[in-house]
Design a protein around this ligand. Structure first.
Ligand code: F6R
Length: 364
């Protein structure tokens, strides 16, 4: 039931603080200051390589996880979309962890990729939202998301719950690899515990995002830029916009702009910049300024400090709370979801049932 919401998508966007809290409950022990996974029958410290495979939005969650696993746990990660992975005859050393991420747990290409990895002697992990699904049944290590049924075709709450589980897994892996002290883990637990409140804070800017939707709705093309874990969030923002508003949108690593796409920039192409304050902020902002210098119209998404430092001359800003890097992608998901939603509503498209798309892609 949609309740008071006009669309399932909006309802599901608003459910995120609750379902992320629900999901984290199975992975975080706040009183002990520890992150805990379900019983595992293998030693995480022996994992030498992680392979992550998924499709669409779930793939972008995996891409965020690659940054985390490498940065925090210092474990090398291979990442691919399932439709490529399953046919490119990937080389896998036995005993690696292969991780499959899927809301439905039934996506045909991801399931085929899982079976390939099983044949190749991998330990199979699955981050899935449907506990009775094929992927859930076939996994050695089942890491459920507790997002509840997702009805809107565009994935929203399942995605943020995937990020929550992957943040917990990154923390566990980092501890197993000796890359994390007990104090650091305790600190991460505190940040994870605050994630639902941060999501609520991000939702509180909904009214402002709604007001700026008419600035984006007439565009034919929109670019999204980000660096580090915000690069996959730029890809996710672009995917959300194109699938429900039918506006052509591309996500780019901010530093790649000058290698081609900047040729597209004129005052008709809005550029959405995701730039949390932190070590990469200055770099992203300088890419943003290159776009501004060519007449590009910027929407800057950042925290208060970032907005104060870099809003000069931008078309619009969206504020999000300042949070730990393990929480930031969840928090940045909210404005890109809301922006896509309000632009689609402004254009009058069918938000919950976009043309040509199915909720579960069980054929390849
Ligand atoms: C985009 C979207 C799709 C799915 C993709 C994978 O909003 O929903 O890109 O993420 O079809 O589906 P699952 O996660 O069920 O494997």
């Amino acid at each position: 039931e949609k309740g008071n919401y006009r669309h399932f998508m909006l309802k599901e966007i608003y459910e995120q603080p609750v379902v992320v809290a629900q999901t984290l409950q199975s992975y975080v022990r706040p009183l002990e200051g520890k992150v805990a996974l379900p019983d595992i029958e293998f030693d995480l410290s022996e994992i030498r390589r992680v392979t992550i495979v998924a499709c669409g939005t779930s793939y972008y969650a995996g891409m965020v996880a690659k940054y985390w696993f490498e940065q925090f746990a210092r474990v090398p990660v291979d990442l691919d979309v399932a439709s490529e992975f399953r046919y490119r005859q990937p080389v896998m050393e036995e005993g690696g962890l292969a991780l499959f991420i899927s809301q439905s747990g039934e996506t045909a290409d991801t399931l085929a990729a899982l079976r390939y990895a099983r044949e190749a002697g991998q330990i199979i992990g699955a981050v899935v939202n449907v506990p009775t699904s094929s992927m859930a049944r076939e996994a050695d290590l089942l890491l459920p998301t507790h997002a509840g049924p997702e009805i809107g075709v565009a994935s929203t709450k399942a995605f943020t719950c995937q990020l929550a589980v992957l943040a917990a897994l990154a923390t566990n892996l980092a501890r197993a690899k000796g890359e994390l002290t007990a104090e650091e883990e305790q600190e991460i637990v505190e940040h994870l515990t605050e994630a639902p409140a941060a999501l609520n804070a991000a939702l509180s800017f909904d009214g402002e995002i709604e007001k700026m939707a008419p600035l984006i709705a007439p565009a034919r093309d929109v670019l999204y830029l980000g660096r580090g874990p915000d690069f996959p969030m730029a890809l996710e923002g672009a995917l959300k916009l194109k699938e429900i508003s039918y506006i052509h949108a591309e996500g780019y690593a901010a530093g790649e702009m000058k290698h081609g796409p900047i040729a597209l920039i004129d005052d008709l192409v809005p550029v959405i910049v995701l730039a949390p304050s932190g070590p990469l902020f200055e770099k992203t902002v300088s890419n943003m300024q290159e776009v501004q210098a060519r007449g590009g119209k910027i929407v800057l998404i950042s925290d208060r400090k970032g907005l104060d430092a870099a809003s000069h001359g931008v078309m619009a800003t969206i504020e999000v709370p300042a949070v730990h890097p393990l929480i930031a992608p969840m928090v940045y998901a909210v404005p890109v979801q809301l922006l896509a939603y309000h632009v689609a509503v402004t254009k009058g498209t069918d938000v919950d049932q976009p043309r040509n798309l199915a909720k579960s892609v069980t054929v390849e």
